[in-house]
Design a protein around this ligand. Structure first.
Ligand SMILES: [Zn+2]
Length: 73
């Protein structure tokens, strides 16, 4: 096997690993973003995107602070 063939082969492997790593990273980031956004009112399932909101804008239900703290951990 020539040196150039080895270089070409290793470059293909590195490229494949980079693509796989990029896909895995993208999937992980997508999951974490969804977890942060998915804060719902326990009584009416209204989506709440602001963490500082204490009351549901739709039904006025008070949101529990303990749930928010556990999500941050
Ligand atoms: Zn609500």
């Amino acid at each position: 096997m020539d040196f150039e063939e080895i270089v070409c082969y290793s470059q293909t492997v590195i490229l494949a690993l980079l693509v796989i790593g990029y896909i895995v990273n993208f999937m992980k980031e997508d999951k974490t973003i969804k977890k942060k956004v998915e804060t719902k009112c326990p009584s009416c399932d209204f989506k709440i995107q602001d963490k500082n909101v204490q009351y549901c804008a739709k039904c006025g239900n008070m949101l529990s602070h303990s749930d928010g703290l556990s999500l941050e951990k």
